[in-house]
Design a protein around this ligand. Structure first.
Ligand code: NAI
Length: 479
């Protein structure tokens, strides 16, 4: 099985081999090397940024609708090739093919379509001032750097590229070193769809390559999807050059299940909120607060359904739960499970697993102070916590530095909206969880991030306003 791309990087409209250190790509299910890439050298990072800066003005000069049409064509190509692209995504990430077929490139295509269609409708303001008047233009930022995480590599590349490009920016994208393949496909597809050379470039590499990229003098904006510690470093480096930032970082989100919730829906959502993509999702509701009246029924049904999850070969369409992205990440998850047990929490189901796999795992008898209830695990580990009343659960749900997402399950809609209004989270779900349509802005508050992806809100994060004052009469100078 091989997935070797034509070359490791994509600069100025063509594949270019990396001049830096080797970057082996392993299929998480077998550990087999499926491709061998090379990092970009410092000179290649600079060349990618120069190519982007050179290509950007002509791209920005096109009518927004023309840029939109390029994105729409790219979306159509992605949909045509979804089967092959999804297979590649599964090889790169280890996620089950039944997920990648519907959630990865498909969501990327949706973003390209959505922003492609939005472009022509972005307008400025006309501000009457009596005799004189002013107007605003929404202009591109220039060259944007995109840096991705490994859980949704192609979706992340599309979510960043679509609003950036449609607003007339150019982009240099660095995928996670764990999952470098999808972004190269996106670069090829965009060229095929008519994107001018240099407008979207891909460099590969580990943290140092990312650091070189964000401090390149051409870069006006940095959009990162990654962990909070990386976010802190990247935000600080961006501040040096007064660059704009979007930070999509980690979370430890609460999912609150009230006594009156539909049991099947709440259990299903709690599973989706913890086990989809083997739990490697930033917005996961990993602290499941269950009200005392429904607790026993909830845990009994949860255990029953978790035991039926089909774990195995990600390319088997029946498989619902695949391996963890890398042995190092699987070890980190196991250490967190062991810490939970050492602190006195009990396993309702699951456990450390073996090899590449960590099974869906549920903790009971946990307290808010335990590490499994405080720290992001980024694996298939759910911590259930019991609560008694609404005020108490809101206070406990908010008692975290993170603020990415939250969910509420109840049949009492007044309560649902009241609780959601009090939750400190950028994205909330009522009687649903982890649905992220591109029409809806997505992002975090507190340590979980800055800025928003998706929705019309993303346009603001990939453009800047120029104000133009128009004098219609003489200049009244006191000199
Ligand atoms: N809010 C969101 O939308 C999402 C957030 N995440 C978060 O991402 C994390 C998991 O992904 P990982 O890839 O492990 O994150 P990570 O923080 O280790 O790496 C993210 C990216 O940043 C790069 N990087 C690392 N250090 C850098 C530096 N000093 N300068 C520039 N670039 C640097 C990495 O090479 C990688 O491409 C979790 O915390 C998760 O919650 C993941 C998906 C979505």
């Amino acid at each position: 099985m091989t997935a070797q791309p034509p070359a490791s990087l994509f600069i100025d409209g063509r594949p270019v081999e990396g001049e830096g250190a080797a970057l082996p790509v392993r299929y998480p299910y077998t550990g087999a090397e499926i491709a061998r890439l090379h990092e970009a050298s410092a000179a290649q990072v600079a060349a990618a940024c120069r190519a982007a800066a050179a290509a950007q003005p002509a791209w920005a000069a096109l009518a927004p609708a023309e840029r939109g049409r390029v994105l729409a064509r790219a979306a159509a190509i992605i949909r045509d090739r979804n089967a092959d692209l999804s297979r590649l995504e599964t090889l790169d990430t280890g996620k089950p093919i039944q997920e990648t077929l519907v959630a990865d490139w498909e969501s990327g295509a949706a973003a390209l379509d959505f922003f492609g269609g939005l472009a022509a409708g972005v307008t400025g303001q006309m501000i009457p001032l009596g005799r004189d008047w002013a107007y605003t233009r929404r202009e591109p930022l220039g060259v944007c750097a995109g840096i991705g995480a490994w859980n949704y590599p192609s979706q992340i590349a599309c979510w960043k590229a679509a609003p950036a490009l449609v607003m007339g920016n150019a982009m240099v994208f660095k995928p996670s070193e764990e999952t470098p393949l999808g972004a190269l496909k996106l670069a090829e597809i965009l060229i095929e769809a008519g994107l001018p050379a240099g407008v979207f470039n891909v460099v590969q590499g580990r943290a140092e390559v990312g650091a070189a990229l964000i401090s390149d003098r051409h870069v006006a904006k940095v959009s990162l999807t990654g962990s909070v510690p990386t976010g802190r470093r990247v935000y600080a480096a961006a501040a040096e050059g007064m660059r704009h930032v979007t930070m999509e970082l980690g979370g430890k989100s609460p999912l609150i299940v009230f006594d009156d919730a539909s049991l099947e829906d709440a259990v299903g959502a709690a599973m989706l909120a913890n086990f989809y993509s083997s739990g490697q999702i930033c917005s996961n509701g990993t602290r499941v607060f269950v009200q005392d009246g429904i607790r026993d029924r909830f845990l009994a049904r949860l255990a029953e359904r978790v035991r039926q999850v089909k774990i195995g070969d990600p390319l088997d369409p029946e498989t619902q739960h695949g391996p963890i992205v890398s042995p190092a990440q699987a070890d980190r998850i196991r250490a967190m499970i062991a810490a939970g047990q050492a602190e006195g929490a009990r396993l309702l189901c699951g456990g450390p697993g073996a090899g590449a796999f960590v099974p869906p795992t549920v903790f009971v008898d946990a307290t808010d102070a335990m590490s499994i209830a405080r720290d992001e695990i980024f694996g298939p580990v759910m911590t259930t916590l019991v609560f008694h009343d609404e005020d108490e659960v809101v206070t406990r749900a908010n008692a975290t530095g993170f603020g990415l997402a939250a969910g509420v399950f109840t049949q009492d809609l007044t309560r649902a909206h009241r609780v959601v209004a009090r939750l400190e989270a950028g994205t909330c779900w009522i009687n649903a969880y982890n649905l992220t349509p591109v029409e809806m802005p997505f992002g975090g508050v507190k340590m979980s991030g800055i800025g928003r992806e998706n929705g019309a809100a993303a346009i603001e994060h990939y453009s800047q306003i120029k104000s133009v004052y128009v004098g219609m009469g003489g200049v009244d100078a006191p000199y």
